[in-house]
Design a binder for this molecule. Sequence first.
Ligand SMILES: C[S@@+](CC[C@H](N)C(=O)[O-])C[C@H]1O[C@@H](n2cnc3c(N)ncnc32)[C@H](O)[C@@H]1O
Length: 352
Amino acid sequence: MAAPEPQRETEPPAEAKLPPGGLWTKLTESTTESPGHLAEQLLLSLRSRNGPQAPTLHDEFMLNQLLARLGLEIEQQVDVETNRFSRRFLHDLFHTYFAGPGTRESTIEGSTYLELGCGSMNPLSLLTVFVLLGAKRAIGVDLDPVHDVSIAARALARTASYLLTDPRLIVGDYPITREQVAHNVRSLDLLKLCQGDPSGLDESLLAFRNESVYELSLDDDSVDGVFSNSFLEHIEDLDRAIEEIARVTRKHGIGCHNIDGEDHGSHTDPDQHPLAFLTVEPERGLVRGCNRLRPLSYLPIFESHGFEILDTQIWGRQPVDDTLRAKFVEPFRSMPLDRLEVSGLIIRIRKL
Ligand SMILES: C[S@@+](CC[C@H](N)C(=O)[O-])C[C@H]1O[C@@H](n2cnc3c(N)ncnc32)[C@H](O)[C@@H]1O
């Protein structure tokens, strides 16, 4: 008789059945060693090291084990969406870009992708996923230069290691095997990337461009998909930016843009209302870094530049009563409630 299956404490999401060896569980379960406990031990160890007695070899050995355990523990604890280096962030962003009608059915194999405002910390990890799924070319664009090139390179090697271990850790049920990833990974020099050397990237395949969305160094009709996350709300001249997106997108090319239409001051200050910026009379275009355009108002701009709206997904809504509305400046004060209240939106589009 077969032995009963051991009870699992953490169920894998429906899209990801357990890979051999229970890796999913290991990557998602918390362990008994909290980082706080490990940090306490580390502090004690460091104090005794700096004490009157010279540290012994054993002290050094134990210190190194503590540092290593703490590093591994921290990596697990920060596997959260807000950490731009985490597996969770890549997993969630991939599903944002590729889970909806239009994008879900598109073929990554052989396609060219552009991520706008890809960030300066870990700018190319998501695009590395596309390349390992068979994309022909992937370009990340941001106005800020890469914050730390060596760390960004190492992050790409780690992204590759997740997909090589089991693609489901990042792409869920997207149809790709480990063997296909292993084939595609030959275009990256993982050893160099692991060592923080960006020359491990073949720039004709995967590249970062430090430039503005207003003037993309890409040919007309050269891209099959354009994506952005928390980017378009920071753009002052949206009409010009979307005109440029339309210029580089091929006929029937797709796009997915996640818009955070809340006052970004409220992300760090709990006393700031998420719509507080609508009460400010702007001196210039952006208020606290944002254009304040209500997310549903992006739709006609995309349409006016030759895109059809495939799908919208509202993820944020802020109720507005008469007292709050009275504090808003125009045009927000007289805007219809159903447009005003939507504060977070994913827009999926296709070029006609
Ligand atoms: C809120 S961050 C989002 C970064 C990243 N997408 C993420 O989810 O972490 C917005 C990014 O847009 C970039 N950005 C702002 N204006 C830009 C422009 N005109 N062209 C290209 N990038 C721009 C900023 O440098 C910043 O990295």
